[in-house]
Design a protein around this ligand. Sequence first.
Ligand code: UD1
Length: 340
Amino acid sequence: MMSQKKYVLVTGGLGYIGSHAVAELINQNFTPVIIDNLSNSDQSTLKNLENLTKTKIFFFDQDIRNFDFIKLIFSKFDFYAVMHFAGLKSISESFIRKDEYNEINVLGTKNLVREMLENNVSRFIFSSSATVYGQPLKLPIDENEPLKSTNPYGQNKIDVENYLKDLSINNKNISTICLRYFNPVGAHKSGMIGENPLGKPNNIMPLICNVACGESELLYVYGDDYETDDGTGIRDYIHVTDLVLGHISALNYCDKFNGYLALNLGTGYGVSVKELITKFENVNHIQIPYVLTKRREGDVAKVFANPKMAKKILGWKAKLSLEDMVKDSWNWNYLRKLNT
Ligand code: UD1
């Protein structure tokens, strides 16, 4: 007997995390349907995804704010679930384009969820972020840490989480899981998809790769006077492959529960900026010249997850090492530069 297709609407499916989720969904026999407005992604990612998965993928160049289109797509597909990655994600930009951030990240999400409910689609996986913890009171950070934000982008994530929480009180059938990402890095093992930011990146791994390939001369290390062993900031870097496996586990868990759930997706290990640079240099045999400069405004000293709840509830745990992260990040960037 032909098995029924499980269509999953993936918003932002050509972005960094979204594209890896699409590859894994196909690998696990789901049928993704991508909508992406290409505001921070590139159509070449679609081609690479199709080559990688040997599958023709449904793709619509659309904005989640186009409500007529959202209505239309829900009328065309009988969705099994929605994975919502689309959104703006720069902290500094969120101060300058506050209204637009709110419109896309919060109102866009609400419209999407309303349409989902109209069509009796009950499974919703939301890309949240460890940014919802602001300056944490306690380390490692667990999910009971109070939510607070120091910037409009972080507030957008908190607003959506609160909306989903309220919604689940009145809608007993919905299963909504907010996944709070720590610092996603790395790329698909094949080297065919990876982080492909338009314009100058803000995050450390793409910046290290820019130095490694000679596109930038130096890396600026933001502060060496934090209260950490080597003075540089500590983060919980997680391989994007582990991250998307967490999404699949969450999707499968939707069958076993109704309501709202928020889970950390991190490794539980803190790594300093200097440790990250050294690991990159040793694994990839490339020197990364850097200069120490003052702290970046809004940065905190240490952020790392307590990932036990995701292990307990989803049976998910990050498995890939820091070595895998630096190796796969560089492999993707190296191949990309070769091809451009
Ligand atoms: C940033 C975002 C956060 C987002 C996360 C993952 C900010 C303030 N926060 O977090 O909302 O969820 O990315 O995408 O932008 N660093 C340098 N030199 C650089 C760049 C970074 O030393 O050129 C340091 C930072 O000070 C920090 C670490 O590297 O200690 C990681 O920085 P980054 O990759 O930007 O991530 P976060 O600041 O943790």
